[in-house]
Design a protein. Structure first.
Length: 581
């Protein structure tokens, strides 16, 4: 018998339940946590289920959701720990939990009811949008407008995507870095405004404030470019604001799981563009779809090869795979890369294709854009990372002491050290501490306390009262002889007394997961040991594609091979539902 414990506070633990048999064995083996077992036994007690095989399946389903899956594929579950004594059969279909609707069993997948309802809702809402009559298009006006949208930065592939999106209410625009997704979105907005005679309400949204800011800036820049040959497009520039998805939907302080906008209070916008859609989890996608007016246009933009959302689901990749081969597919893929950084583009391409030998060949080929430091011992890694990390931290500090928050934030985006882990020798906590120590060794630099001038900040959760959001970045800057925290929001630079910001951490280094939706001129990717379970192709690809001009990979050949050859796997049923029509 194993006593299981459940945390109720940061340092407070209490006995949660007592497990025997299969649950105890899987807990002792580290497959299940105490909270997984606690939830399963509680559900069993409430639903009248005593069969330990069913309770094990429920606990594994809880674990699956915690790790990002929407459901549990029981046929593949054994692979997680083949050395354990797994049940020969799973009597799910006879369970009273199934009859009560607590769990769902469909297509060989086991769901907790909440996630089954979410997945079904997302599918049904998308299907309803696709079933609507296509929006009317003035063909003569379209031909005239397209003639004014030419130029070197508007390819035939982008033109085809824009025209296809113009004829749909729902578009999924995919492509890797440098394929012109923003260029395509800007020209689509110009054409939509022209079709509407100018009166068009537009929302540009993204999962994080940083991504929303980048989207707004990029779309405005492209619209200004379009306006050189089509002056009417200039009228759109002041009407596109970047918003986080939480702000778009309207957070409710009385109910953190719901929003002001839903089926009974739809969003007012004619067009909603969501960038970095690979980061959107199933729950948020469900809330977005139910808040859209049926006649409004939705444009989901993203790269399905990037890391999936932190929460449950892999919605964007599911949509791309599920609609593949369907005649009514709303997916428009951009494949031609226009970036001048050809070596970074080649590295991203071979990473996407999954050939480790090709990835190592590109990494080891001398280049001004890609470099590889093959180091495994900590002394060598520190020697490789110290010069750039220290120089970047000092540049931020110099701007901060000069009372220039805009320049300090610009410096923050010139260099980025990315890690797979938060803890351990390859984790951001250690590297943040090292960079602070190196910076403090400079006799010109003064570092006192937590809120020292020049401290780079990363917002780690949404604070609706302060209007700061997960993923936004900031710097502590001297202002009138005292430290002030400046955060780069999606609409403006926001200033705070440091003590008002609770959910922030130091950002001399950041995790690859947190880097999604942002870019830097130069990026260093620190790979962990090859045994890390976080090492996947999607993680590596996401890290590499954060770089605008130069990416440096630090790690071993074995770590590179492990990353390239390991795919992130999430169990969902959405792509199967979509493929069935």
């Amino acid at each position: 018998m194993t006593e299981l414990f459940e945390p109720v506070g940061e340092h407070d633990w209490r006995i949660a339940t007592t497990a025997t048999g299969l649950l105890a064995a899987f807990n002792e083996a580290g497959v299940l946590t105490s909270s997984d077992v606690h939830v399963a036994t509680r559900i069993g007690a409430l639903g009248g289920e005593a069969d330990e095989r069913v309770l094990l399946a429920v606990a594994l389903a809880v674990r699956a959701v915690r790790r990002g899956s929407v459901c549990l594929d029981l046929s593949a579950a054994r692979e997680t720990a083949p050395e354990l004594a797994w049940p020969d059969e799973w009597p799910i279909e006879q369970s009273p939990l199934l009859t009560a609707g607590v769990i769902r069993w469909e297509r060989g997948l086991l769901y907790l009811d909440r996630y089954h309802r979410l997945e079904t809702q997302v599918h049904d809402d998308l299907a309803a949008r696709l079933a609507l009559a296509p929006p009317p298009v003035d063909e003569a006006r379209l031909d005239a407008a397209l003639a004014r949208l030419g130029g070197d930065h508007f390819s035939d592939e982008q033109r085809a995507a824009v025209v296809a999106a113009l004829r749909r209410r729902t578009t999924i625009l995919t492509g890797g870095p440098g394929t012109g997704k923003t260029t395509t979105v800007a020209r689509l907005l110009a054409l939509l405004a022209d079709q509407a005679g100018g009166g068009l309400s537009i929302a540009l949204a993204a999962p994080t404030g940083k991504a929303a800011t980048r989207l707004q800036e990029a779309v405005v820049t492209e619209l200004e470019s379009v306006a050189r040959t089509w002056p009417e497009a200039a009228g759109l520039v002041g009407r596109v604001d970047g918003l986080t998805l939480h702000r778009l939907l309207g957070w409710r302080p009385d109910n953190a799981t719901r929003f002001r906008h839903d089926r009974s209070n739809r969003l007012k916008y004619d067009v909603v563009v969501v960038d970095e859609s690979s980061m959107v989890e199933l729950t948020m996608m469900g809330r977005l779809l139910e808040a859209l007016r049926p006649e409004s246009r939705l444009v989901l933009v993203g790269d399905p090869r990037q890391l999936t959302s932190v929460g449950a689901g892999a919605v964007l990749s599911d949509l791309v795979a599920g609609f593949e081969g369907r005649t009514d597919s709303p997916v428009a893929a951009l494949n031609v890369n226009f970036r001048s950084e050809q070596d970074i583009k080649e590295l991203a391409t071979v990473l996407r294709d999954g050939d480790a030998d090709d990835v190592l060949r590109v990494l080891r080929t001398p280049s001004e854009q890609v470099s590889f430091v093959e180091a495994t011992d900590q002394a060598s890694i520190e020697a490789a990372l110290r010069p750039d990390s220290l120089a970047a931290a000092r540049a931020v500090w110099q701007a901060a002491v000069a009372e220039d928050p805009a320049r300090a934030l610009d410096e923050l985006d010139r260099y980025r050290l990315l890690c797979a882990h938060r803890e351990g020798p390859y984790g951001v906590r250690r590297w943040n501490q090292l960079v602070e120590r190196w910076l403090a060794e400079d006799p010109e630099v003064e570092i006192y306390g937590l809120w020292y001038v020049g401290r780079p900040l990363l917002v780690t959760s949404n604070d609706y009262a302060l209007d700061v959001y997960n993923g936004e970045t900031g710097v502590v800057v001297r202002q009138g002889g005292r430290p002030r925290a400046f955060v780069a929001g999606s609409e403006r630079l926001k200033e705070f007394a440091p003590g008002r910001l609770d959910a922030v951490e130091t950002m001399h280094a950041m995790t690859i997961h947190k880097s999604q939706g942002s870019q830097a001129d130069r990026v260093t990717v620190l790979l962990p040991d090859e045994g890390s379970r976080l090492l996947t192709r999607e993680l590596f690809y996401t890290a590499v594609t954060r770089a605008r001009h130069h990416v440096r990979v630090v790690g071993s050949e074995a770590a590179v091979r492990a990353a390239v050859e390991t795919r992130a796997q999430r169990a969902t049923g959405l792509r199967l539902r979509l493929a069935e029509g």
